[in-house]
Design a protein around this ligand. Sequence first.
Ligand code: SAM
Ligand code: SF4
Length: 329
Amino acid sequence: MNPVIDYLRISLIDRCNFQCQYCMPEGEELASLQQQEMLTNAELLTLLQAVFIPCGFTRFRLTGGEPLLRSGVVEIVRSIAAFPETQDLSMTTNAFLLANLAQSLHEAGLRRINISLDSLEPETFDRIIGRRGRSRWQQVWNGIQAAYQVGFNPLKLNVVVIPGINDHEVLNLAALSLDQEWHVRFIEFMPIGNAALFDQKGWVDSEFLRQQIRERWGLTEGQVKGNGPADVFRIPGAKGTLGFISQMSECFCDRCNRMRLSADGWLRPCLLNETAQLNLKAMLRANVPLEEIRIQVRELMSAKPDINFKMRESGATGAYARTMSQIGG
Ligand code: SAM
Ligand code: SF4
């Protein structure tokens, strides 16, 4: 059965204050969008209220680039959380700016947050995020603690595992789920963003990680709200869970219920397939009636199961030119 398409990932901005090796290769200048190329806050909210919600979307994730760099991010959260149809509103962030914003985001109605944390070693962390000078690890850690203290639940930590860079930390990262209700998710490295690093390092199969964890503590099946494409497990007796997002070893295209709206207003039904997409910003600015935009969005939604099927058949793991930060990972 085709999944119900009700989940929109919204990239608020394509820029980022990190340059993670797996996402934005060092030395490559990614052209950032100019302010006037991005959807304004008002355009974004109009699209949500007058197009996406009437088309059946009820679950929204704010991402980027780094969403906390978007000016007015708290107001955007407040407005989306206030739509009566919103059933779920979440964010994916690198947490560098979170310590000061966690409280206001929570008060504005954000309840779920995913934070990228690829290492517990400040030096390794700084190498991965490609930033020299004063270490950024502690500030990210403070952001995580602040989010936990203001009550973000579930609080998920995303780890992209790269052989020879952070795969030696898998057990230490998994141990974060033992004493606190933190949900650590291991993501298989995809050839998106930095295909050269991918060719050089390869990726680690989730099952291999599970074996290491099983040998150390054992593993049972688990559950967590909004687990999306993750397979969820729990170390016996742990407060939190472990998730495995295995898009390389285990294609989940046929379960995919998400569409993506980029910061410059392109609606895409698939991360890896650009054969079908709509430029909603251009339509809005050309005063195309909202009813017509809704019709086109519904057509794209009905094309998605076919796109999912084609991606599944093709393996869906080929290298891809655009980065996660540009598409809204
Ligand atoms: N800046 C925020 C962050 O890092 O959490 C949000 C945007 S980031 C593009 C969203 C997610 O994409 C992160 O969890 C990141 O780890 C993941 N990601 C980026 N490039 C990836 C790649 N090549 N393979 C797997 N995951 C990737
Ligand atoms: Fe920035 Fe997130 Fe990409 Fe890292 S993964 S460079 S934090 S957008």
